[in-house]
Design a protein around this ligand. Sequence first.
Ligand code: IPM
Ligand code: MN
Length: 366
Amino acid sequence: MRKRIVILPGDGIGKEVTTEGKRVLEKIAEIFSHQFEYDYATIGHDAIEATGNSLPDGTLTKLKNCDAILFGAVGHPKYDNDPTLKVRPEQGLLKMRKELGLYANLRPIKLFDELLSASSIKPEILKGSDILFFRELTGDVYFGEKGRKDDGKTAFDLMIYHKYEVERIGHKAFQAARTRKKKVTSVDKANVLESSRLWRETMQEVGKQYPDIQLEHQFVDSAAMKLIQNPRSFDVVVTGNLFGDILTDEASQIAGSMGMLASASVGDSVGLYEPIHGSAHDITGKGIANPLASILSVALLLDISFGMKEEAEAVIKAVEQTLKNGYRTVDIADSAIPKDKILNTSTMGNQILKELSMVNVPISQS
Ligand code: IPM
Ligand code: MN
């Protein structure tokens, strides 16, 4: 298959981890005889420095004309420490999500058995956890009207949802539940917020079309508690943009580390694949970032955008086997891991490529 992929390394460790993601794509193309073409574009802090714009027009054009996007991260401490700056790296990411209609953000939280001890949560609570989050990505306070009043002494961000926005992500969540344990947990704050009451009402309506799926509702505060109290009680979780942002960072602890979590953003056209971790400037340039979230994002890209199930499975297996062989990056290494098994970003990439080299491709595909 011939496919065009745009790589958006972005800021901080985004560059380091997408380098490993791309090597995995190249290896998959080689093994399964695909032709992948790559193009690069800028976004975030680097794009601001070069053009004054966090999502230059040239980048957007490239993104609209490719088959899939592999994204790293955006962000820079300069902006975090100065909230008065008007042009910010994150604006590029939000604009990209909106312009490409990427309204559904899938964040699978699956714990590899080998990482049971890497989490701060007890292994007996975690074992067997497998949650698929659907975070709504183009609505909510992220995109509602915002501003300042009263000489700048009052600020507001409007939490707003339209019914169609809830319906379309609701359908995606229910459809996914059909291929899993047939349970959807919708998370809102309907005891307080009007937008959440619209959310809940709409989920109930959508749910009627899926009588085979169990629908439950939880308030976000209680869901945050239950996630770490009993993660196995969740299957598919569907929630708004802000609640989803917060809950999935929390849920990363179920998977051992933020460095393990991949995500797919899909909607109207092209799909975008990225780790859920950020630019992590504290470790940028040290070569120690965990590339597995980017590599697992590649697996989602192959599966969802290209329909390459076998290729995606090969990547996941390679990650699993590498962990079984005892290799770790520092963020997922507990004290029992010997020093020589603690790898850096590129040597972890090497191990994944080594595992992939052992994949047997059926004759029909080679
Ligand atoms: C994420 C990030 C972004 C978000 C930031 C960088 C704007 O935290 O993708 O989860 O809040 O959506
Ligand atoms: Mn986040």
